[in-house]
Design a protein around this ligand. Structure first.
Ligand code: HEC
Length: 201
């Protein structure tokens, strides 16, 4: 009888301890970022949604940015940060996101955001540049039949434009006739327009 009681006692103690151990093992949350990588243009914002296997999960993140400014460590269920390039070439931001649920942290996940330079477009960059330097001759009402307010004309004559603006000031065929040579930055902008694909908008 005594042995049976002791046996029962030990068994129930075992069950009790066993259930305690099981309750202590909280399953850590597994985070998902949507999208898992993102490419944006300098000056625009990230849009990354964070979800997990456990409802009520909170998220915090740290950042490593390269050639980019605007990324900061933070917390929340989405990452919406405006990122800007510090130079002229593309940069990246790596977000390391840790999910936490019921006091237990899950494994961090990484999201890499690539930030590309803004592309040069006719409407935003080229038309204002040519309007400022090639008026009145190449604008409506001007004497030259080539009108640089037209996207199609400018695009088709870009090689001639680049040739003329890079001649020595005062040399034959130099453009703008009678005006100052375009700045190196503006000539670079015309070249970048070509490199970026001669976009209209
Ligand atoms: C004061 C008037 C005047 C201004 C300002 C001027 N041009 Fe011209 N452009 C002319 C004349 C006149 C011709 C025709 C003679 C020649 O080809 O050199 C011409 C011809 C050209 C041509 C070759 C012909 C063609 O239509 O393809 C190009 C390219 C050109 N200009 C580009 C420019 C650009 C780019 C600017 C501004 C940065 C500019 N021009 C400013 C008067 C001007």
């Amino acid at each position: 009888m005594k042995t049976k009681i002791i046996g029962l006692f030990l068994f129930s103690t075992f069950l009790f301890l066993n259930s305690c151990t099981k309750e202590d093992e909280v399953t850590p949350p597994v985070a998902t970022a949507t999208p898992s990588t993102q490419t944006i243009t300098s000056g625009s914002a990230t849009s990354i949604a964070l979800t997990s296997t456990i409802s009520g999960t909170t998220y915090s993140w740290t950042v490593v940015q390269s050639g980019v400014s605007g990324a900061t460590a933070g917390s929340g269920s989405s990452i919406a940060q405006t990122l800007t390039l510090t130079g002229t070439v593309a940069g990246t931001v790596t977000y390391s996101i840790t999910p936490t649920a019921i006091g237990t942290a899950g494994n961090p996940i990484s999201v890499i955001v690539t930030v590309n330079p803004v592309k040069v477009t006719f409407m935003t960059n080229i038309k204002p540049l040519l309007t400022a330097s090639c008026t009145p001759c190449h604008m409506p009402g001007g004497a030259n039949p080539s009108k640089w307010d037209s996207y199609a004309t400018t695009k088709s004559k870009i090689n001639g434009i680049l040739d003329r603006v890079q001649r020595e000031s005062g040399a034959a065929g130099f453009m703008p006739v009678g005006g100052p040579k375009l700045s190196a930055a503006n000539i670079a902008l015309l070249k970048k327009w070509v490199d970026d694909g001669l976009l209209e908008n």
